[in-house]
Design a protein around this ligand. Structure first.
Ligand SMILES: CC(C)(COP(=O)(O)OP(=O)(O)OC[C@H]1O[C@@H](n2cnc3c(N)ncnc32)[C@H](O)[C@@H]1OP(=O)(O)O)[C@@H](O)C(=O)NCCC(=O)NCCS
Length: 173
């Protein structure tokens, strides 16, 4: 399928040394389809139940599926990460971004299946998402980090409160 991108293919923003390390350490990626492969997709046609199950696994509150569907449909970018073994595929990561299609994009819902965390995959998925946004000539990429993951994003180059700018929120009473 055209939309699939194999992890660490030439279009990825992950540098060669990093991809080599990950390949060797983690997945024994080779051309044998019986070996698990990690694959990225920008296809929006995602099984919402599978996505919500992934979100469940990291303890996120359930959201109405019709809203999740709408949010994905109206997102500028949807990135999913899959473990593919033979013909079987399993959703192991997700992120999406909204955008004005010109200057700004905001990344939401970044999640990696707990069984696949701490292997560099969240970082690779974020680099992939950033590369997609940069290829659309988006230069201002923002996100809202939960306190416990600020360092994860800082390692990717995100800056906290640049020039003193504060994120501000309005919630209904
Ligand atoms: C946050 C999350 C996406 C990170 O994914 P991951 O695959 O575990 O992260 P990686 O293994 O790619 O880590 C990349 C780097 O960030 C660091 N890192 C990852 N999580 C971190 C954390 N919570 N705090 C500090 N550093 C962290 C890693 O040590 C690694 O550092 P290195 O580049 O120096 O080796 C994942 O833990 C997750 O899904 N958490 C639950 C959902 C969530 O909190 N999402 C974010 C909402 S804002």
């Amino acid at each position: 399928m055209v939309f699939w991108k194999k992890l660490f293919s030439s279009s990825d923003a992950v540098d060669a040394s990093e991809s080599t390390r990950l390949k060797e350490d983690l997945f024994n990626l080779d051309n044998d389809s019986s070996q698990p492969q990690i694959i990225f997709s920008t296809e929006k046609d995602i099984d919402f139940y599978e996505l919500e199950e992934l979100c469940d696994r990291v303890g996120w509150a359930r959201r109405p599926l019709r809203k999740v569907k709408k949010a994905i449909e109206h997102s500028f970018l949807v990135v999913s990460m899959w473990e593919v073994t033979g013909k079987k595929r399993r959703l192991i990561g997700f992120a999406r971004a909204t955008s004005d299609h010109a200057f700004n994009a905001t990344i939401w819902d970044v999640v990696v299946d707990p069984k696949f965390q701490s292997r560099g995959l969240g970082k690779a998925m974020m680099k992939y998402a950033i590369a997609q946004l940069r290829s659309a000539d988006i230069s201002n990429i923002t996100l809202f980090a939960d306190p416990q993951v600020v360092k994860f994003y800082q390692r990717l180059g995100f800056i906290l409160d640049p020039e003193g700018i504060k994120g501000m929120f309005w919630y209904p009473d």
